[in-house]
Ligand binder design. Structure first.
Ligand SMILES: Cc1cc2nc3c(=O)[nH]c(=O)nc-3n(C[C@H](O)[C@H](O)[C@H](O)COP(=O)(O)O)c2cc1C
Length: 338
């Protein structure tokens, strides 16, 4: 959220270019967020966003290998509609869809639409659980009859079933204790944070332990935002330039939201936003070699299964990562040669 960060509108053409670059470079997936209300400010931060699943549908048609992760918010799609939409994208992408389930990050998004039920906040994971239970049944059974707290289906049919069996892979990126439990019980991947590789390792082990207690296995992922330069001091300088342009109005909007809802998982975000224009992912400032070291630590020592990368500018960021970090990872046999 910075006036001195690259500014762009997320057009389909731009997303297409990013997805094709990432596919050619050997990345496993592209991941799109679901965002229905931005944070304004001088940068109009996230005021313009493309809908996630329809974006992935378009990207499926212009790529052939890369995984496509769309984010879905259960409150916005009745389960029978969501099940068929996801099965459709899984069919046309030949089994490449993943779904990131967001139970409710910013409830103002729903409120502005008149779609926020009373008491949704504290019940959001119960709602998401029931929603996902129904969606999973529609993906795997010929007919579903169900009577729950929120959903009622009678002989409901949903064909085709997804190409991936039993269903597209699922991600949950909730960071509260309840979000963590939801991921462990329902998802195939969960995002964990952590300020050091050791911290990330502990969170990843805890997630896997909770999943094991429910007779399941789960993979962990973590997010990095690299700023790479020839020296660490240069990378720090680049970051300081972005940090100095902080869009304080957009940041304030976000901080006031998290303060108002006083959600446990929002507290660490507030702290992070007070010192940084980026509230998600771990910011890494250093040389390509230092980045390769960190990835090795995370993958080999901390046992993290997947690393998601964010950049202020995805096209130049991807190209730099490919030219300067990928060869180091290949030499260490951490990625397959392209
Ligand atoms: C990798 C990642 C992706 C996320 N994607 C979205 C998203 O697309 N839309 C959204 O509203 N929230 C998104 N979130 C927020 C989480 O789903 C979640 O609401 C937040 O971490 C707060 O956790 P809690 O809901 O368990 O309290 C994302 C979080 C992470 C770590």
């Amino acid at each position: 959220m910075s006036k001195t960060a690259p500014q762009y509108a997320p057009s389909f053409e731009m997303n297409k270019q990013i997805a094709i670059l990432a596919e050619d470079m050997g990345f496993d997936y592209v991941f799109s967020m679901s965002k229905w209300r931005g944070f304004g400010g001088a940068t109009n931060f996230w005021d313009v966003t493309l809908e996630s699943l329809t974006l992935m549908t378009g990207l499926a048609a212009v790529t052939s290998r890369i995984g496509l992760i769309a984010t879905m918010q259960p409150l916005l799609f009745p389960p029978a509609v969501a099940a068929k939409m996801a099965a459709t994208v899984d069919e046309l992408s030949k089994g490449r869809l993943g779904l990131n389930i967001v139970a409710g990050s910013f409830l103002d998004e729903y409120d502005q639409m008149g779609l926020l039920p009373p008491d949704y906040g504290p019940n959001r994971y119960r709602y998401a659980r029931e929603w996902l239970h129904v969606v999973k049944r529609l993906w795997t059974e010929d007919s579903v009859t169900f009577d729950g707290d929120w959903f009622h289906l009678r002989d409901c049919k949903s064909g085709p079933h997804p190409v991936q069996k039993p269903h597209p892979f699922l991600i949950c990126s909730g960071t509260s204790d309840e979000g963590f439990r939801f991921a462990a019980q329902e998802a195939n991947y969960s995002f964990v944070g952590g300020v050091t590789p050791e911290h990330t390792k502990q969170l990843s082990l805890r997630m896997k332990q909770i999943a094991a207690e429910h007779g399941r296995t789960i993979k962990s992922a973590t997010t990095l935002l690299p700023i790479l330069a020839e020296t660490q001091a240069d990378a720090e300088k680049q970051w300081k330039y972005i940090q100095d342009g902080a869009d304080t109005e957009a940041l304030e909007t976000l901080i006031s939201y998290f303060t108002r809802v006083s959600r446990e998982s929002g507290k660490s975000r507030i702290e992070k936003m007070k010192s940084s224009v980026c509230y998600t992912g771990r910011i890494f400032l250093g040389t390509p070699a230092m980045m390769a070291d960190l990835i090795e630590e995370l993958v080999v020592d901390a046992g993290v299964d997947s690393i998601q990368l964010l950049w202020p500018d995805y096209i130049s960021g991807l190209k730099q990562f490919h030219a300067e970090v990928m060869p180091l990872l290949q030499r260490r046999q951490l990625v397959l040669a392209q």
